[in-house]
Design a protein around this ligand. Structure first.
Ligand code: GDP
Length: 314
């Protein structure tokens, strides 16, 4: 790439991690900052678990289980078997090696470290050069009001109930106390490009945008602010994005995502399979956004930045 932009990328877990991986390969470490959803975080067996931060960290370090897109490759679950022997019915998968991350994070948490600092220590230990930042250091919990079971904590909805209950509404518990961190302010002020990864807009990106001050911080920057579609051909590549759109009675196309992001973005990338779609935005394009191989992750990252470099000149 003959352009060296500072890039800030907003993501959730698996979908966003694929683009983070591609960008990390074509940018130098100081050029990339990844801001990650922490609304999925929770306490489990006394441990602080941050699923999206871990997915990003494992993906960028090359340790991720590429079949699932999360967890560590080759990890075992002997600890879960031992919990079963003690009468537990574990419903959240914690790998034996993965537990090391949660144990250290929890220890540092109790010692008073911020989640930003904890994540910095974990990512540097795994050799990641770019900044991976939680959306806030204040605990925020995504709560899902369901038709069948009333309000459920996010992981009870997502993992225990395999995202099958019908969503009525989504609440971000604790969001009013959340603060944008100084690290995020610095990264966004130094950015040449802001990207929103192909993540779940309602479950992964909205919590980030809902941190008080975040929208203003982003929209104050008169730079390309571009989202990549998580919807291809009226379907989600994976997970409940399309199901949620249906349950919220929203039209099942990528244009709905454009509208949802509103003034946060000034550019949008549709998938090339959706040539007929249009965004009422200054800039839109269609590309092959299906990142089902490492080559395609790099290719999308490169195509995206080359396209943006050219519209900078317009
Ligand atoms: P989660 O937290 O693990 O659910 O992951 P994210 O919120 O980051 O991403 C889930 C969304 O990413 C879903 O809407 C998927 O359709 C979308 N997604 C996953 N992989 C891809 C991909 O390769 N290309 C595109 N365009 N979208 C993807």
């Amino acid at each position: 790439l003959d352009w060296k932009p500072n890039v800030v990328l907003l993501v959730g877990g698996v979908g966003g991690a694929k683009l983070a991986y591609g960008l990390e390969k074509i940018l130098s470490p100081e050029q990339l900052t990844v801001i990650v959803n922490t609304g999925d975080d929770f306490w489990h067996y006394g441990l602080r678990i941050c699923p999206d931060l871990d997915t990003i960290t494992y993906t960028l370090s090359g340790l991720v289980d590429t079949v699932n897109g999360w967890g560590l490759a080759g990890d075992t679950t002997i600890t879960l078997d031992a919990l079963r022997r003690l009468g537990e019915t574990p419903w959240f998968r914690l790998g034996d090696q993965d537990l090391a991350t949660h144990i250290l994070r929890t220890q540092w948490w109790h010692e008073g470290c911020s989640l930003t600092e904890i994540t910095g220590r974990l990512t540097s230990a795994l050799g990641i050069g770019c900044a991976v930042l939680p959306m806030t250091d204040v605990p925020v919990a995504t709560m899902i009001a369901t038709r069948e079971h009333g309000e459920l904590p996010f992981q009870v909805y997502f993992v225990k109930n395999r995202w099958q209950p019908v969503i009525q509404s989504i609440r971000l518990d604790g969001i009013e106390r959340a603060r944008v961190t100084p690290e995020i302010v610095r990264a966004v002020r130094a950015a040449d490009v802001i990207l929103i990864g192909p993540s779940n807009p309602w479950l992964s990106i909205n919590p980030i945008l809902s941190v008080p001050g975040m929208r203003e911080l982003l929209t104050a920057r008169q730079i390309p602010r571009v989202a990549v579609t998580p919807i291809i051909n009226g379907k989600a590549v994976k997970g409940p994005t399309a199901k949620i759109m249906q349950e919220l009675s929203l039209p099942l196309t990528a244009e709905t995502v454009v509208d949802y992001y509103g003034e946060v973005i000034n550019g949008f990338v549709f998938d090339e399979r959706d040539q007929n779609l249009r965004a009422s935005l200054p800039y839109s394009a269609s590309m092959d956004t299906l990142m089902d191989s490492d080559e395609k992750r790099l290719a999308l990252a490169r195509n995206l930045l080359e396209w943006i470099r050219d519209w900078k000149r317009l």
